[in-house]
Design a binder for this molecule. Structure first.
Ligand SMILES: [Zn+2]
Ligand SMILES: [Zn+2]
Length: 269
């Protein structure tokens, strides 16, 4: 099983590997620029080389990057929108320099202008972006808070249909649950497969939910401590098709115990 955490890439980016390995991860996610800023700093040559060397050992694989929070690919504000595409392009090119294969992005907010316009803007942004073969852009589902794009399977599928690039998806279990998809049920997982297709899901964000089904609140909880719960995750993992995917946790408190718990819950089948 490929299981890991979102880890810090502070100080020197290559240290993310050491942090992941110390926790017992064999995959990880990182930010490659300040998550709360627009600026993408040049990474020093030595750090970059150390990062690539550690990546080549294959101990932690795949390595996933997450876009910063400010870019909004759905935005109806022209200057934010063009800045967002520019940030996406820079992040994609930095991923390819670092031989990072997957980049996760949120789909942003249509700022009250409606889902249709939001989807159109995301599609447009993807089609304008410089997406090559080395890095696959993964669209992340949201919990469906006000004006957010990408909380339903239909919206995600519509973006894929509209875009002329090959993209994939990152499904967050907390966001699915908060959006009203009870992933502890086989029928719901079959619905996801039918409407979206697990073949295009390259990654799961594995998080429990602090709030109930359909709450539309994006609050992560440690695995087993939220509304999905241990039994819920155990039923989720019994849907074998998903087990080959990498799982990245973004829970409030990372620990080797939590990694072990997930391995137990996924191995009970
Ligand atoms: Zn995310
Ligand atoms: Zn979240």
């Amino acid at each position: 099983m490929r299981l890991g955490y979102h880890v810090s890439a502070a100080q020197s980016i290559d240290l993310a590997f050491d942090r992941a390995l110390a926790l017992g991860c064999n995959t990880m996610q990182i930010f490659i620029s300040n998550p709360r800023g627009w600026e993408i700093k040049e990474i020093p040559k030595e750090a970059k080389e150390a990062f690539i060397a550690k990546s080549k050992t294959g101990e932690v694989s795949p390595v996933v990057a997450h876009m910063p929070y400010l870019p909004n690919l759905s935005s109806t504000n022209e200057s934010t929108y063009s800045k967002s595409i520019e940030n996406l392009n820079k992040t994609l090119s930095l991923c390819s320099e670092l031989s990072i294969k997957y980049l996760v992005t949120h789909l942003g907010s249509h700022l009250g202008k409606g889902t249709e316009i939001g989807i159109r803007n995301v599609v447009n942004a993807i089609n304008k972006a410089k997406i090559g073969d080395e890095v696959t852009l993964l669209l992340e589902n949201t919990s469906g808070s006000k004006n957010s794009v990408g909380s339903t399977l239909e919206e995600l599928a519509a973006i894929r249909e509209g875009s002329d690039k090959k993209i994939g998806f990152c499904l967050d279990t907390c966001h699915l649950y908060a959006a009203g998809y009870d992933i502890t049920k086989k029928e719901v997982l079959e619905e996801i497969d039918r409407k979206l297709g697990f073949k295009d899901v390259y990654l799961f964000h594995l998080n429990d939910s602090k709030f109930q089904l359909g709450s539309h609140l994006d609050r992560h909880e440690n695995i087993g401590r939220g509304y999905i719960g241990k039994e819920g995750f155990s039923r989720f993992f019994s849907y074998r098709k998903i087990l080959a995917k990498p799982f990245i946790m973004e829970t409030p408190q990372e620990s080797s115990e939590e990694l072990l718990l997930v391995k137990q819950l996924s191995g009970n089948h």
